[in-house]
Design a protein around this ligand. Sequence first.
Ligand code: C2E
Ligand code: CA
Ligand code: CA
Length: 588
Amino acid sequence: MDHLHNGTRDIHALIVDDDDVDREKLMRMLRRGPRNITFEQAASHAQALGMIRQPDAHYDIVFLDFGLKDGDGRDLLPEIRAEIDPDCPIVAVTGNADQQVAADSIKSGMTEFLTKRTLSPERVAASVEEGMAWRKYRQELRRAEEELTHRSLHDPLTDLPNRTLFADRLSQSCARARRSGDPFAVVMIDLDRFKEINDSLGHAAGDAVLVTIGRRLREHLREVDTTARLGGDEFAVLLQNVDGKDSALAVALKLTELIEQPIVYDGRLLYAGASLGIALCPQLGYDPDALLHAADEAMYQAKRGLEKVAFAEGRERRLAAPQNERSLLHDIEDALQHRAFDWHWQPKVDMRSGKVLGFEALVRWTHPKTGPVPADALIETVEQSHLLEDFTYLSLDVVLEQFARLQHVVDGAGIAINVSARMLERPGFVGRVVEAIARYRVDPARVVLELTETALIAHPSQAKRVIEQLHDHQISLSIDDFGAGFTSFGYLREFAVSEIKIDRSYISRFTESRFDQSLVTSLVVLCESLGIPLVAEGVEDPETQAMLVAMGCICGQGYGICRPMPYDDVRGWVKSWNADHGKRRLSA
Ligand code: C2E
Ligand code: CA
Ligand code: CA
């Protein structure tokens, strides 16, 4: 970004207009502006098209007349975006001063609108500045989007594809194999002795081992193959065009050899090993999950046995849900009947002023025999069962009833309730939410539903409809865990989203990771431009909090501010928090 030269940098403009006098006039005005501008001119639609399609064509801005004798100037828009630059600012210059035409042209992708009759050097200069600002903003957005997409598909430590991307490549390979018979192999790799290294020499040593092995695997394999880190010390490889056991085994043994080569760390040699499991496609069918599972089983078999590499044989029948899972579901059903779930509240605050902005309700459940069950585990089980609907409506019922009793105490603050994505597809969902809100006489404008972004992306049109319905009832929607999945900023513009919560994983490494910092900076810019508040979740310490505030991320939630607390403690907490912050504000 060069701030210094922004005002004087040369600009190369294309002017498309079939009227010689108008072109001259525009150029004269442009020359009087503060920038150094060079021009190229096109006097017809056809000529403009020819110039745009030149292989080395480059323009910083295009001035475009609609009413060309040989065609509509607007037709050139997609061509300019595709051939020149997707972010090229395009200024409409027309004889028509109609408001509707102006609005339509902006909608159709023009950046600015000038009418010939009211043209002045100031207006022309302003349109150039607007155009340049627009381009910069678009480029920044694009960069952030790319960064985020890369990040959501790669493992931050090794920069290898992560589980999500691996799963995607695997399904593609399955589809290709089915279509054209291209065989491939899924190889699961689990390191041996990794835990020893980690425990005895520390995480830095463990990280060095993972990074080195990741690099060796990637360097050895071909471009068409995929090497991924699935998590922990687990890697996976897709080998394309491997048609039988012999060739797969040859590659697998080579990989083992690479893994076993000593790794130099801090002046010493570390030795790792690995167990590999292989599943072949099409021998074991075309189902991605089944292939992965088979490779995994084979890998465990290798771990138990003497051979380092094992092949999945035939189709192994997956065991039915393990006994304990079935009984967990049974116990959850029981708990639902007795309303044995509890919701703890965690505040969300303005990190500058300390003002309490709202609370998030988080489920808590103590299993009668095994003790507290982590919320994620509980939710995961509930989501995959027939209990999801009952659970969701219970959560709305309990939390809204709680909020009704407190809404006067916590003035202005809202209540956020987590909702599973799959609820969006249930008929009558919005009606039930509205009904519960009305039942407890809660102000709907203070109710926020938190949804993870994957929901929106999996079923965009359905999600859009539900969100619009919620919006019509003044209920807000927050995007939870933003950045954890396949993020696309495009969705944010489309949906009526009223808040974005950055995924905890970005915030927890925040003070050390330049990447996470740059991401937050981009998100701050984006959210400001969209007018959506940005919330940082998982703020654990004062340094993180101070950095976030300095970057313009003002709303925060996390252990460093306050842990989730039982509902009965909320009233007291608000009182003492406000007293503390009142004092601090006075002394500041
Ligand atoms: P979430 O929506 O991302 O909720 C935030 C989680 O971060 C909570 O975990 C919270 O206790 C934790 N947390 C807050 N501040 C910090 C911090 O500074 N550091 C760390 N390390 N963690 C922090 P919890 O309560 O275990 O909930 C886990 C997940 O379970 C939630 O993630 C949410 O997705 C889901 N969940 C919880 N309650 C409900 C519910 O009533 N309904 C649904 N559908 N999902 C729920
Ligand atoms: Ca949440
Ligand atoms: Ca979250």
